[in-house]
Write a protein that binds this ligand. Structure first.
Ligand code: ADP
Length: 221
């Protein structure tokens, strides 16, 4: 379970971790955006996302449950962006405990100023989804995707006023889950994700997960 503020690198880590864990990447943000693209999301969901607020719990809980029931999730899965509220965490933990699934919460810890710089500089290819950053990971030609030449865009919810709203939602509704996980005795890895390269960080996470004690040595809290 990848946990952290918007811009902490959950999506990037999830893609890298898929290579070492060989399990699917389940991102509620991607699933919701996909539903909007396909024209099957309710108007309320579209408006909520564009405003940077959280989509109602029952909507995401159902989406995730349906996704985790797919056969490719039987050997495990990487959760990115879920759970984000107390209701979602209780729902997920109840579901996993019922199935005897053991999770590791990986908290990507990143300085606030770095988060803001990452989010405001983020650009995405609308065609293949590749992420760039105008400062830390610029495309070869400004504004153009290296892979397919499409013009890069700023995600609707990466506009500055919306970024503030997303960071507020994280502080109010999501960060408190760290205490919830600790109180419930769940395994929590705290990873310093401010400066390491994404590849080095993914390597650290894979090694921690491979540790004979299930990553227990790196547990803090
Ligand atoms: P980020 O982590 O950078 O905010 P995501 O792609 O994870 O980006 O999420 C984008 C938006 O999708 C959120 O601002 C929210 O509106 C919605 N969303 C994603 N996951 C959830 C969730 N678990 N619960 C409620 N809303 C969610």
């Amino acid at each position: 379970m990848l946990f952290g503020s918007p811009g902490s690198g959950k999506g990037t880590q999830a893609k890298l971790l898929m290579n070492c864990l060989r399990v699917p990447h389940v991102s509620t943000g991607d699933m919701l955006r996909e539903r909007i693209r396909a024209g099957v999301a309710a108007g309320e969901v579209v408006a909520t996302m564009h405003a940077g607020a959280l989509v109602p719990d029952h909507v995401v809980n159902r989406l995730v449950e349906q996704r985790l029931a797919q056969p490719d999730s039987r050997q495990g899965f990487i959760l990115d962006g879920y759970p984000r509220t107390r209701d979602q965490a209780e729902h997920l933990i109840g579901w996993m405990d019922g199935k005897g699934i053991r999770e590791v919460v990986i908290h990507l810890v990143v300085d606030y100023n770095i988060i803001v710089a990452r989010l405001t500089g983020r650009r995405q290819c609308p065609r293949c989804g590749t992420l760039y950053n105008i400062v830390s990971k610029p495309p070869r030609v400004a504004g153009v995707c290296d892979l397919d030449g499409a013009g890069l865009v700023i995600r609707e919810d990466d506009q500055e006023s919306v970024i503030r709203e997303r960071l507020d939602a994280y502080e109010r509704q999501t960060r408190p889950l760290l205490d919830f996980f600790r109180q419930r005795g769940r395994t929590l890895l705290e990873m310093d994700a401010s400066h390491a390269s994404p590849e080095d960080l993914a390597g650290c996470i894979c090694r921690a997960l491979d540790a004979p004690d299930g990553g227990g040595r790196a547990v803090e809290g």
